[in-house]
Design a protein. Structure first.
Length: 343
């Protein structure tokens, strides 16, 4: 049976040499999520125009799959596609909304049994319920749509749920929040696989930001701000133009013509995080870009990104991506060179 599954999976993926992604869909599929995955990974190309991913859609029994809209879709691939995938993505189904058990049903159990150990596995929106039911999220940080957080916690108390972020990654298992956060997650995976330049190109093609500020906490309903209150956007734009020097909360508040207390409150209302958390994220992203795209020394990168010292850069980069600046550069400079060479 295993040999047959492998043969069928090879028939699905072929021998293109591209990274193989299988998207597992279920009855009640949310079409937007499937489109996001194919849009993001399907458009990813090397500098020479070589496609970097091969994406297939699969389901338990090939044929018609109901969506949560007024149309259905035909899926030609069965679960055998999972056995040869290097990444498996589980999208949301409207059936997740009524889930009352923390266990997988038989079709899902059979599907997950086909996924080889070490495969990268991700979920979009309430697809996290499936990963949790499979035991993949126990003791790990994860997220799902904020409206389903209470239901998720009741079913899966052993998962470290963070409903305030757009996506999470924990040892090869990734989760994202609502539908649109699926694009943030896909860009994150592409960025990790092939560097910021490729991910940024996909973002430009899709007309979305390559890195979205804040988390899903910003989308939770809040009281409408009082008329006449100004946004923190101008202060953020100013900060990005001055990342290389020390910036204080007082300076940022001054750019918005607010008191520090008011600015801090307004910032959290708009982005779901504190100004200093946002500033650190922007500096990490600037450092990553410089490490990938330039030959500047770590000391210079640290200064240009606003960390001041190489030691501070090492601390913050390790907290964000788990590696040192030299290891990060070695990985992504190697990726860039291989893309240029077309290997």
């Amino acid at each position: 049976m295993a040999k047959l599954c492998k043969t069928l999976a090879m028939a699905v993926f072929g021998n293109s040499g591209r990274h193989r992604i299988a998207v597992l869909v279920r009855q009640g599929q949310l079409p937007i999520e499937l489109g996001i995955v194919h849009q993001a990974f399907g458009d990813a190309e090397s500098s020479e125009g070589r496609r970097l991913y091969e994406v297939v859609t699969c389901t338990f029994t090939p044929g018609e799959v109901r969506t949560n809209t007024d149309f259905s879709m035909i899926v030609r691939n069965g679960p055998e596609a999972l056995s040869e995938a290097e990444t498996v993505i589980v999208t949301a189904s409207d059936e997740d909304y009524d889930r009352r058990t923390p266990h997988l049903d038989e079709p899902l159990t059979d599907a997950f049994d086909r996924i080889p150990a070490g495969t990268r596995i991700a979920s979009i929106c309430t697809g996290a319920f499936v990963l949790a039911a499979a035991g993949l999220l126990d003791g790990r940080r994860a997220t799902t749509h904020w409206r389903r957080a209470g239901q998720f916690r009741e079913l899966f108390p052993d998962v470290d749920l963070d409903p305030d972020v757009l996506y999470t990654e924990d040892e090869g298992v990734l989760t994202s929040a609502g539908c649109a956060a699926g694009m943030d997650l896909c860009l994150h995976m592409i960025r990790n696989d092939h560097g910021a330049a490729v991910a940024n190109d996909i973002a430009r093609r899709s007309v979305v930001p390559p890195y979205r500020e804040g988390g899903q906490a910003q989308f939770i309903q809040r009281p409408v701000p009082e008329a006449g209150t100004s946004s923190t956007g101008a202060a953020r734009r100013w900060a990005l133009e001055h990342l290389g020097r020390p910036l204080t909360l007082g300076e940022l508040a001054g750019q918005a013509s607010m008191s520090i207390r008011t600015f801090n409150r307004r910032f959290r209302e708009e982005l779901g995080i504190t100004p200093m958390q946002w500033l650190t994220r922007q500096r990490v992203e600037r450092a990553r870009q410089l490490l990938e795209e330039t030959e500047l020394s770590v000391d210079v990168v640290a200064a240009d990104a606003g960390f001041g010292t190489a030691a501070s850069l090492r601390q913050h980069l390790h907290a964000a991506v788990g590696v040192s600046p030299s290891a990060y550069r070695s990985t992504f400079r190697g990726v860039s060179e291989s893309l240029i060479a077309g290997t």
